[in-house]
Design a protein around this ligand. Structure first.
Ligand code: COD
Ligand code: ATP
Length: 235
């Protein structure tokens, strides 16, 4: 068994690499997906968001108004926003769900390589400490992962990819770029992420070059997982 974190800033290529790893045989989960599930009506996280942010973040069908919540969380230009409050509600639940998912994967397949894709592996701990929470599930990402893969790219490349991916129409492009910059500003710079990584993938070339480097990393991860199983050194 091997627990791998796949991280990188917005638009760095995490989902792309996650899909490549999945095709090679990794078990992969996306933190964003877990977060989205928990933000659906019927979940405690949803209830807490509505309690803290008020009924204005709910639309008619009872689901959350994500653009409104994003505006409140990240703030309008020049405002601080309320992201810390939102993170404090969502992050502990998402990390706990990641842990449960990994336990399930390894129970089914002790040789599995389990990959958690998340933009915020390092930020979760940094932001929890800033809130004064130095104990608990968020405390140390090193306890949760055996290896970390970090994707990097210049901010302008990341922003362009993000804006293209969300399909912002030309009239909304400037606003989408500003939104991307606001989000990036709340993420750890690439150099700090890379300094904590076991594998750094600079994603500035074409997809084929990325895939070749992902394959090489995959071979090492798979071999290590098998070696651990064979030597009985399950953590
Ligand atoms: C504010 C919300 C409602 C905006 O939703 P929206 O659909 O517009 O964006 P989405 O969730 O798809 O995120 C898009 C990108 O924004 C960036 N981003 C999202 N949350 C954060 C955050 N807390 N800090 C920094 N960057 C973030 C990431 O790069 C992410 O890939 C949502 O992002 C959210 O609830 N964020 C806080 C919880 C969180 O950390 N989620 C991400 C991992 S669980
Ligand atoms: N090397 C590359 N060459 C060309 N396009 C790429 C490359 N890497 C990623 N992309 C494209 O850039 C966009 C963003 O990539 P992806 O969704 O994988 O990033 P992400 O880190 O998961 O983003 P987000 O944080 O916004 O969810 C996608 O449309 C993807 O197809």
């Amino acid at each position: 068994m091997l627990r791998v974190g796949l991280t990188g800033g917005l638009g760095s290529g995490k989902s792309t690499v996650a899909a490549q790893l999945r095709a090679l045989g990794a078990q992969v989960i996306e933190a964003d997906e877990l977060g989205r599930e928990m933000m659906e009506p019927g979940h405690a996280v949803y209830d807490e968001i509505v309690r803290v942010f008020g009924p204005e973040v709910v639309v008619q069908d009872g689901r959350l108004n994500r653009p409104r919540l994003a505006q409140m969380a990240f703030g309008r230009t020049g405002e601080r926003g309320r992201l810390d409050e939102l993170n404090a509600i969502i992050h502990p639940a998402v990390i706990a769900a990641q842990q449960r998912w990994m336990e399930g994967v390894f129970a089914r397949d002790p040789a599995a390589v389990a990959v958690v894709e998340s933009a915020l592996i390092f930020e979760v701990e940094r932001d929890a400490k800033a809130r004064g929470e130095s104990e608990g599930v968020l405390a140390d990402w090193r306890n949760r992962f055996d290896h970390i893969i970090v994707l990097t790219a210049p901010d302008e490349v990341k922003i362009a990819r993000y804006v293209d991916r969300i399909g912002a129409d030309p009239a909304r492009r400037e606003a989408a770029i500003a939104d991307a910059r606001t989000r990036l500003a709340r993420q750890m710079p690439d150099a700090e992420k890379a300094a904590r990584a076991d594998f750094v993938l600079e994603n500035v070339g074409d997809l084929e070059s990325l895939r070749a480097r992902v394959c090489a990393i995959w071979e090492r991860l798979r071999a290590e997982s098998n070696n651990r199983l064979n030597s009985g050194s399950l953590k």
